[in-house]
Every structure is written in C-alpha cells, then in structure tokens.
Write a new protein. Sequence first.
Length: 256
Amino acid sequence: MTDFNEARERMVERQIVRRGIRDPQVLAAMRRVPREAFVPDYLRALAYEDRPLPIGNEQTISQPAIVATMIEAAELQSGDIVLDVGTGSGYAAAVAAAIAAHVYSIERHPELVATARDILARLNISNVTVHLGDATTGLAEHAPYNAIIAAAGGPHIPAAWRKQLAIGGRIVMPVGRERHYQRLVKLVRRGEDDYRSCSLGEVSFVPLVGADAWPSPDAAQCDPGGSVGTGGADDRRPCPMSAGEPASRHRFLAVA
C-alpha cells in the first residue's frame, strides 16, 4: 500500500526542490495538499509521479513541478485574491488556496466543476469557490485579482484578465500560436496601462477554449497562422523567479 505522506515529501524534494523552486510558502503548500485526492481512484498509486494524469473530459491534472513553478511565479501572498483558470479536479486551486486568502476558480466542463467542488468540500478547503463558465471573460464580480493563474494555453492573454488584474498583480499563463505548444508567460501590471511581460520557458498545456481564446473542438477550426492578438504577452525575455535565479532552470517541457 502506498504511503502517500512519504510519497508527497519525496515528490517535493526530488521533483520541486531539485528544479530550483525555493519559495517556502509554495513548498509548504505542496507538502500540505494531498494530490491523491484529486486523481481518479484507479490512478491514486501514481499521484506523485513526475507527470500529468488524466481526470476526464480530455483534461489532466498538471505535473506537480509545473503547478509549483506557476504558483511561485505568481508570487502569492497571504492576503491575495486569485483567479484560477481551468479548475480541472481542483488541485492547483487547492495549492494556491493554502497560501492566498481566497481563490476563485473557473472551469467550462460541468462534470469537472462538480468533481472539484466535491473534493474541495471533502478536504474542508473553504477558501476556493468554483464557477462554471467561459474563463476567458474572467470573473468581474470578484475583481481585482492579485494573481491570475491559467492551466490552459491560449494564443494571447485575454483582454478581460488584464482589466481584472490589480495594479501590481501577476498573470501566469501558457501563450502560443499552436494549440498544444506554448511558452509560459508572466505578465505584471505596473500601472493603469503599463504591463510588463517575460517568458519562463517552453510548456505544453491543453488549449484554453473560449470567446477570447481557441474555439471549441466542435467549432470552426482557427487559422494557425493568424495574429496572436493585442493581448499577446510573450516578449521572449527571460524572466527571473522570486528567488532571483534565471528561469532557464525551469525549462523542461511540461505537459499539463
């Protein structure tokens, strides 16, 4: 029988710390949240493997290291209000909620919304609220957000997210011209109309589907050679992480 506590500690040390993630709040959150609770029963024994796992509806629970990388890049603090895009089974939202004041999470698949709500309730995680809807429009009723973290990749950062981001807030999102190949981008809002962005490395996420992203699979196919749009944020500059080291240490291809 798997000792999940031991497996979780091993995951943090071998998959996260060794990749250079140092934020003590992130490491504590990864040690605290039981990933095995967020995967299907038949995959529980694989919960702490260094890879994503399927959770239904052609979606995945992200690789642990990429969850930690994105949350560290978002520089979460205890009083932060966070928008989590692509709830899935709720794992990344739960990790963020172990640091932030409240996480509003949005998911377009009703089945996953129901699953995430059930898991979070069973774990008594009360500072995550899961919404059903088009994530590309954000959740204006709870804005402004100190951080927006997206577990799906789009051709550009949706305009609504920029508007709903607090001054000083951070967006961490996979951005790319191809549906399954992106660069992880961090955007910081410095002023009312002042946004600065940088790249954290290459990743591969499921597509962000919505009015301001990719069309759904049953809709008309998008033009892969089209413009990335005015919301594009990847200016290809390397981005230092909160620990002050270059992001090149994180440049593994993460499938999430």
